[in-house]
Design a protein around this ligand. Structure first.
Ligand SMILES: Cc1ncc(COP(=O)(O)O)c(C=O)c1O
Length: 436
């Protein structure tokens, strides 16, 4: 039945010209709009969350050292170039557990609890596998509005009912999370299963949750028995002091699925790491086992060296450089953008801008004006679910979700400060001309 009927999109016929049929999701899920933007090669690139500062020399050195080690020890090479455990190599999990204890105060004993850490192919795979193991069609999820499309789209694909709750310059507003729980109970007859949040330097808004909001969101999840997914993709890329992870409140490792990624703080080797409640981890790893069997051991070997010996040095270099890029962007926006509101990141890769003109369409503007002027950003649209529900302003009802077209995500991670200043000034002028 479900094969042909999406829970909220209704009957979808899937026969194609060749006579065979695709599964239903293929007809309502499009290619990621951020992936689609990759085809544009522009000078002023403020689109995807590509790290622009990668310690390439360090990785060159590590790979050289590993090559030498393999020459000396063919048995090690044979093991490393082979299939490995689905959840990651124990030696790498131990290294990550140590960093999570020492630097992020995650409440696991790194000597004894390292098995609480799991490896996935990017944290994207962890997000997907978590949704895959937690969500049946019709189940309910709470996310901020807007939210990371890499979470929203798979959630919709799997048939979740997504409730988006209002955010401000400090991120998701806990009072609305609580109201969304009651609204879900009234409208759908059930409590949501999951709450999703990026606590440090959110994607797309670049906001960071203050301590009191972290505590409040954790407490709400506790009191309604919901799993909280804390996506900490940007936790290491922080140039201002930020509160500790929500996961630090989860002393029994029972409430919070904590996701990290090597992509932003190391290199894009497609390795994510997570600390999941044990019963959740078992299901997620079962799923991963069918998705990819295991993550390549070679990349774990490379990253193990990096996390053991180089990350502090690399972060010491990278963080001020990212900060300079962020400051170049905020300064140029403040000097040149027309009336609107921007976020003020503590770290991460993104700034979110909302035009004061409600009828501004940033997607059309990008196609018609920005791209011809060698500029690329991500229009706000993809960060709202294609089908979903949003809380009304008074928090009492759920209405169909709505795309806020007058918004855009600007990424400062990839280009040098000079190019950012130049490009943002140019964008500001074009926006001012367009919006009057
Ligand atoms: C908030 C957030 N979560 C998860 C991911 C996925 O990261 P990866 O799969 O590279 O680990 C990203 C990537 O941009 C992200 O911004």
């Amino acid at each position: 039945m479900y094969k042909n009927v999406h829970p909220r999109l209704g009957q979808i016929l899937m026969a194609n010209d060749h006579g065979y049929t695709f599964s239903s999701w293929t007809s309502f899920i499009e290619e990621s709009q951020i992936r689609a933007l990759l085809k544009y090669k522009v000078h002023y690139y403020f689109a995807g969350g590509k790290p622009g500062i990668i310690p390439t020399e360090i990785f060159g050195q590590i790979m050289q050292d590993i090559g030498a080690q393999y020459k000396e020890d063919p048995k090690l090479a044979l093991e490393d170039l082979n299939y490995g455990p689905t959840g990651g190599q124990p030696w790498f999990l131990k290294t990550l557990a140590k960093r999570l204890c020492d630097v992020r105060s995650i409440p696991i004993d790194c000597e004894t609890d390292w098995e609480n850490v799991s490896i996935t192919n990017g944290s994207q795979q962890a997000l997907y596998a978590l949704l895959d193991t937690m969500i049946d069609p019709g189940d309910v999820i709470i996310t901020p509005s807007p939210a990371y499309l890499g979470f929203l789209v798979p959630a919709v694909k799997l048939g979740a009912r997504v409730i988006t709750v209002p955010t401000d310059l400090d991120g998701m507003i806990p009072e609305y999370v609580e109201k969304a729980v009651y609204a879900s109970k009234r409208k759908f007859g059930k409590i949501p299963d999951l709450v999703y949040v990026v606590s440090d330097s959110d994607n797309p808004k670049g906001t960071t949750l203050p301590q009191n909001r972290r505590q409040a969101i954790f407490d709400i999840c506790e009191s309604h028995n919901m799993l909280l997914i804390e996506d900490a993709a940007y936790a290491e890329i922080q140039f201002k002091k930020t509160p500790k992870a929500i996961k630090t409140l989860d002393k029994d490792n029972n409430r919070v699925a904590y996701l990290g990624t090597t992509s932003k703080e190391a290199a894009v080797l497609r390795v994510g790491y997570s600390v999941l409640p044990a019963h959740v981890r078992d299901q997620v790893l079962k799923d991963k086992g069918y998705l990819d069997l295991c993550t390549a051991t070679l990349v774990q070997r490379i990253l193990d060296e990096y996390y053991k010996n180089y990350i502090d040095e690399a972060m010491k270099t990278a963080i001020p450089l990212y900060q300079a890029r962020c400051e170049a962007m905020t300064k140029a926006m403040d000097a040149s953008f027309p009336e609107g509101e921007r976020t003020d990141p503590t770290g991460g890769f993104f700034i979110w801008w909302r035009s004061a003109k409600e009828n501004f369409n940033s997607s059309n503007f990008m196609q018609d004006v920005a791209i011809p002027n060698d500029l690329l950003y991500v229009p706000g649209g993809p960060f709202y679910p294609i089908v979903g529900h949003r809380l009304t302003e008074d928090g009492t009802d759920l209405v169909p979700s709505r795309i806020e077209e007058n918004t855009m995500r600007l990424g400062f991670s990839y280009r040098d400060p000079e190019i950012i200043s130049e490009g943002i000034e140019k964008l500001g002028k074009l926006l001012t001309d367009h919006l009057g």
